[in-house]
Design a protein around this ligand. Structure first.
Ligand code: ADP
Ligand code: MG
Ligand code: MG
Length: 303
């Protein structure tokens, strides 16, 4: 089991900008679905971006930790001194390697790279990085090696490492995941980001998560702009991440609608950069019926 732990997280816009996160405490464990809700501008996306290491923000206080079990990753025993990671110290690739999925990350447009090649490269990069990080007695990598560890998005021919997931094996994996998401099979051969609709981008994000098999996935507004059919497909994919892969999900959303399909175990309401209240699924229902005003009133009554 893995646990993502935000501890008293404070962050501001980098280079003297305004303060946005004001002490966020939040824990998400494998197998749990958490909904992070809240009015527009409350700091939800900033929370996701800070976890992802977005350079627009500066953490001024607090921590983001990942706790791993000894047997978190198949085929590997994690030594005791490598079971707690400070996510904020890690490169994006390393965050994936310790089991955290932080949204669909790829350059805006890369000529001539198909989805299937891109995703296979991402999976192999994660597995390689994981071997590097968890190898016992491993020395810290050099700057040069760190630079090399970015996703290699070149086509895979002649680029296979030992231990890589091979082309045939990967095609099978991808077909299975795409079937789970009711995605069209031609999708695998489409070029990265070439003319994807908003809904397709969201579906891609869930597909990438399904393939990378994270311990914890952070999904920001995966429901925005989806029609009902696509919302149901995407929801099915998110539920599969939890039910079939045992992932923990931090589902960030402004709207209650997706929670009809992805039922959260825990609901948190963010207000002015911190968690104002938490509860079970009934909290989402109350927000649906009564909006956010009562949360604000209660939060400032007791403050
Ligand atoms: P939410 O996702 O809950 O709608 P955000 O985290 O996107 O909220 O934004 C929280 C607040 O921080 C908003 O007032 C927003 O305008 C501000 N903010 C976020 N990012 C930046 C930025 N890079 N520069 C300036 N202000 C920002
Ligand atoms: Mg917003
Ligand atoms: Mg947002």
């Amino acid at each position: 089991m893995a646990r993502l732990q935000l501890k008293n997280l404070h962050a501001k816009v980098a280079e003297g900008g305004e303060k946005i996160l004001d002490g966020v405490d939040l824990e998400v464990s494998s197998g749990e679905i958490h909904a992070l809700m809240g009015p527009n501008g409350s700091g939800k996306s900033t929370t996701a971006k800070v976890i992802a290491g977005h350079p627009a923000y500066e953490v001024t206080e607090g921590e983001v930790l990942v706790h791993l079990d000894e047997d978190e990753f198949e085929g590997m025993t994690i030594p005791e001194e490598k079971r707690i990671w400070n996510l904020l110290d890690l490169e994006p690739n390393e965050r994936a390697a310790v089991g955290v999925f932080l949204g669909f990350q790829y350059p805006v447009e890369i000529e001539g790279v198909t989805m299937v090649n891109f995703l296979r490269t991402a999976l192999n990069a994660k597995l390689e990085e994981r071997d590097d990080l968890f190898e016992e007695g491993e020395e810290a990598e050099t700057e040069e090696e760190a630079e090399d560890s970015g996703y290699d998005t070149s086509p895979m021919e002649g680029n296979a490492d030992e231990g890589d997931v091979g082309v045939a094996e990967f095609q099978e994996l991808m077909a299975e995941k795409m079937d789970q998401l009711d995605m069209d099979t031609t999708f695998a051969q489409r070029y990265l980001n070439a003319g994807f609709s908003g809904g397709e981008k969201k579906q891609n994000e869930v597909l990438q998560a399904a393939i990378l098999e994270p311990s914890i996935a952070v999904l920001d507004e995966i429901d925005s702009g989806l029609d009902i059919d696509r919302l149901q497909d995407v929801s099915k994919g998110i539920n599969a991440l939890r039910d079939e892969q045992g992932a923990g999900i931090l589902q960030i959303t402004h709207y209650q609608r997706i929670l009809d399909y992805v039922e959260p175990d825990h609901v948190h309401v963010m207000l002015d950069g911190k968690i104002a209240t938490s509860g079970g699924p009934e909290l989402a229902e109350r927000l649906e019926n009564e909006g956010y005003d009562w949360v604000r009133e209660e939060a400032y009554e007791t403050a």
